[in-house]
Write a protein of this length. Structure first.
Length: 111
């Protein structure tokens, strides 16, 4: 897959009805512009594995769920913002952020 193919694939995906678009999948499709061989199902499985570890309960107050997610992502997994090299393009590719545990606010939010 070359850059143009990746852009077309991304454009087709985000042209779907909104309820059929997953932000994590869209971000990974966008990452294919830089990583044409990116295994999107494997990356989604990584995100699902993280989600399975989250101790969230829709019946508890949102602040407790947020605290639980913060503990998992920022204390246990040690994700962090890249303050030193904010402009590093790897901060914008979801797969790189998963690998490096380093990113910018928008990609950290996707996780």
């Amino acid at each position: 897959m070359d850059y143009s193919d990746a852009v077309r694939e991304f454009a087709r995906y985000v042209a779907r009805p909104l309820e059929q678009v997953r932000l994590d999948e869209a971000a990974l499709l966008l990452a294919r512009t830089e990583y044409p061989l990116l295994d999107i199902p494997a990356q989604l499985a990584r995100l699902d594995a993280l989600a399975a570890r989250a101790e969230c309960d829709p019946n508890q107050p949102p602040r407790l769920n947020i605290a639980s997610l913060n503990r998992l992502l920022f204390e246990e997994e040690q994700f962090t913002g890249n303050e030193k090299e904010y402009d590093d393009p790897r901060n914008s590719y979801l797969n790189d952020v998963l690998d490096r545990k380093l990113g910018i606010p928008i990609t950290l939010t996707l996780i």
